[in-house]
Design a protein around this ligand. Structure first.
Ligand code: SF4
Ligand code: SF4
Length: 453
């Protein structure tokens, strides 16, 4: 016998359809009103008598609903299944996730940066120790995922090259999968560098553009005071056809729909709008260093509303919508035993925002990993299955309790912890569904044109 999933979300779409979303599968579907009524009647009928015969139509609908996890077996405990997947994600040792800062130095002086004026490059000795650290994981490791981070990692391209060559060799020798990405400000990602990154299997790059040129150049000037926007755009024009480029726009209260519109125009003029994806980052005071920006930051609820307005704008201007409410077994690497942020001196951290702050490190790669270290347990111990509100939340599969640092470091509580989906799922689902429909129509048009030619 079947029952409704705990993680279903139904909302009106148009006169004849509802939007049906399930947070455990991530399925988003348009459902006719008739099918929605049939779904309700059928489950009532089965609840009253599990042996009730189903019509062909009902059986077909039931199969589709099971496939999208909108219904499950009466005895299936969805919460228990989520918990099981969460613990697999936490304690799995087959993937080693490394976020590596080859240097802590940066060529930009952003107003909100929490990394202050850090310096330092990863020495040959530390790189050798890093290789030993990776080798010590080989027995169980099947896949290695590397993200180059900083500071600005492209200031230390020689180190990225050296480590990548060594990782390649080791992965080949031990038959381990390898993938990598980079978080860069994009200024140094010239055509030569982009070609090298492609050669080194860097498949995606996250680049920050904080608004149109006039705004970005104020918020993210180079250390020498010069503008950075135009050079970044030129670099993206070359790199975008070769790797996945995600542009992140950090949002504070100074952003309006018009600011975003202006940025989108500039990206369109550069021919980038079909080639990149855009996401909006919620600018928050992550550490004491950036507490000075707290007043200009949005609270999550207000950010969520603005975020949906900005996505609507993306849709209107013909950009891709890549933000999806997709299920995940963990919130972030802080909850994964086999994932580490490593700074240029070999110190390991649980959170991207801690990098370079040795007082928050959980030890150094040259030492045996101490899984009882207070700065390992601090974030790792945050567990959504121990929180009543999260256990009972119908967004648990996509949120998994939200950012652990918000609970522990910023002492936020209640709904302050929740991710923006808590507040904007409904408008975001509408935007996502409209984008998917548009995409399907465009594909159909392409097919038709192909057939005629
Ligand atoms: S943090 Fe909030 S949105 Fe996330 S699972 Fe917990 S209650 Fe739900
Ligand atoms: S703890 Fe929060 S800020 Fe740190 S990596 Fe995880 S989600 Fe990001």
């Amino acid at each position: 016998m079947s029952k409704k999933s705990l993680y279903n979300h139904f909302q009106p779409y148009d006169d004849q359809h509802l939007l049906a979303y399930n947070a455990r599968s991530g399925a988003v579907a348009l459902m006719t009103m008739e099918n929605y009524d049939m779904y309700g009647r059928m489950l009532e009928k089965l609840a009253a008598n599990p042996d009730s015969p189903l019509s062909d139509e009902e059986s077909k609908l039931l199969e589709q609903l099971k496939y999208g996890k909108y219904v499950c077996d009466k005895h299936f405990d969805e919460l228990q299944a989520l918990k099981f997947e969460h613990y697999l994600g936490r304690y799995g040792r087959s993937t080693l996730g490394l976020v590596i800062a080859p240097t802590m130095a940066c060529n930009m002086g952003c107003e909100y940066c929490y990394e202050e004026n850090k310096t330092g490059r990863m020495s040959k000795e530390i790189r050798d120790e890093l290789m030993e650290f990776v080798k010590s994981h080989l027995t169980e490791m099947r896949q290695m995922d590397v993200t180059w981070y900083g500071g600005e990692p492209l200031l230390a391209m020689d180190i990225v090259e050296d480590l990548t060559e060594r990782f390649f060799e080791m992965a080949r020798e031990h038959r381990v999968g390898y993938s990598s990405g980079i978080v860069t400000n994009g200024y140094l990602m010239t055509p030569d560098v982009a070609d090298k990154l492609v050669k080194f299997m860097v498949r995606n790059a996250q680049v920050t553009l904080d608004g149109p040129a006039r705004v970005h150049n104020k918020k993210r000037p180079l250390k020498n005071g010069k503008d950075s926007f135009e050079t970044i755009i030129d670099n993206l024009v070359y790199a975008a056809p070769k790797m996945r480029i995600g542009v992140r726009v950090n949002i504070d209260q100074s952003f309006t729909v018009d600011t975003i519109k202006e940025l989108l125009e500039e990206l369109k003029n550069a021919g980038l709008h079909q080639k990149i994806s855009i996401s909006f980052g919620h600018l928050e005071p992550a550490t004491e260093v950036c507490a000075n920006i707290a007043e200009s930051c949005y609270e999550t609820e207000a950010f969520s509303k603005t975020e949906a307005d900005f996505y609507r704008q993306l849709l209107a201007e013909g950009f891709r919508i890549d933000k999806l409410p997709a299920p995940s077994s963990v919130t972030c690497m802080a909850q994964i035993v086999n994932a580490f942020v490593i700074d240029s001196n070999g110190y390991m951290y649980r959170c991207w925002n801690y990098v370079g702050d040795v007082g928050k490190s959980m030890g150094n790669i040259r030492d045996t990993i101490d899984f009882q270290h207070p700065y390992f347990l601090r974030l790792f111990d945050v567990n959504p299955f121990e929180e009543k509100a999260c256990r009972e939340c119908n967004l648990l599969p996509i949120c998994m309790g939200g950012c652990p640092a918000k609970r522990v470091d910023r002492n936020l509580a209640g709904e302050e912890i929740c991710e923006s989906w808590k507040y904007n799922l409904q408008p975001m689902l509408e935007i996502i569904a409209a984008f998917k429909q548009l995409e399907a129509e465009l594909k159909q048009e392409d097919r038709n044109t192909g057939d005629q030619s």
